[in-house]
Write a protein that binds this ligand. Structure first.
Ligand code: NAD
Length: 258
């Protein structure tokens, strides 16, 4: 039977790469992104044309619990059930902790961390009842190691790993796996935005940030591709990955091997 996946933050970057890969693999996909209207609808149509999958869009703001509930309700209404969730929506702010804007801290914790907990809370029982489910949390290399000036982000991503392990244990006897994907740097709008912020925080030029901060972290000296992360997510959602659970899998060009 066709599986249904919710991929949060899938109108851009990594989430879009995962949504595209799951749809190409035959899953129904509920897209989600903040504030998209006509652009989101255009994207949805182009993914349908490209993959032939059933694809819907819900522009819920996942920093709010009532909106997370709406995302789940809309998915059930459209597709009947939820088999796969990919907690991917996330934001970043780069600033020294003493200057860190408190409203950005609150947003990072709500979106990167709490939204994942709520979406799992709202869909776990039905996955357990059917004896099959896949939870893929897009964490980060920053779930395993830290960098300066990213206190809220590093905190939120380490927490996602703890959540992943706990949920893996709770789902283990019910055919429900939970794993975290830990990407290194991927050139998406999230990273493009932090180049000038990091330049300011570290007193560097933007070129120096890309060469000496971002790619310096990755021994391959290359950015990770969204298609590579999509392929890993599809594998984790396959039956071949049924015994992989509770893991944090780096896809980071060797960064966390240091
Ligand atoms: P992106 O900025 O390209 O995309 C973010 C997505 O989240 C968009 O679809 C946006 O609409 C959505 N979003 C933002 N705020 C939202 C909200 N309040 N409610 C619902 N959706 C919202 O970012 P990306 O680089 O693709 O990052 C995706 C995930 O991957 C994040 O969790 C990020 O921390 C993680 N990550 C990114 C990198 C990287 O180098 N780009 C590395 C490691 C981990």
């Amino acid at each position: 039977m066709t599986k249904t996946a919710i991929v949060t933050g899938s109108t851009s970057g990594i989430g879009l790469g995962i949504a595209r890969a799951l749809a190409a693999g035959g899953a129904n996909v509920m897209l989600n992104g903040l504030g998209e209207s006509s652009d989101g609808e255009e994207l949805r149509r182009s993914l349908v044309a490209e993959t032939g999958a059933e694809i819907a869009l819900c522009a819920a703001d996942l920093s709010r619990v009532d909106e997370i509930e709406r995302l789940v309700a809309d998915t059930r209404l459209r597709f009947g059930q939820v088999d796969i969730i990919v907690n991917n929506a996330g934001v970043q702010t780069v600033a020294p902790i003493e200057d860190f804007p408190v409203e950005r801290y609150d947003l990072i914790i709500a979106l990167n961390m709490s939204a994942a907990w709520h979406l799992i809370r709202l869909t776990f029982a039905e996955m357990k009842a059917r004896g099959w489910g896949r939870i893929v949390n897009v964490a980060s290399a920053h779930a395993l190691v830290a960098s300066p000036f990213k206190s809220a982000y590093v905190m939120s991503k380490h927490a996602v790993n703890g959540l992943t392990k706990t949920v893996a244990l709770e789902g283990a006897e019910f055919g429900v796996t939970a794993n975290a994907i830990c990407p290194g740097y991927v050139m998406t709008p999230l990273v493009e935005k932090q180049v000038p912020e990091t330049a300011k925080a570290r007193g560097l030029t933007e070129e120096q940030v890309i060469r000496d901060v971002l790619l310096a972290a990755q021994p391959t000296r290359q950015f990770v591709g969204v298609d590579q992360i999509g392929a890993l997510a599809v594998f984790l959602c396959s039956d071949a990955a049924a015994q992989i659970t509770g893991t944090a899998i780096p896809i980071d060009g060797g960064w966390t091997a240091h």
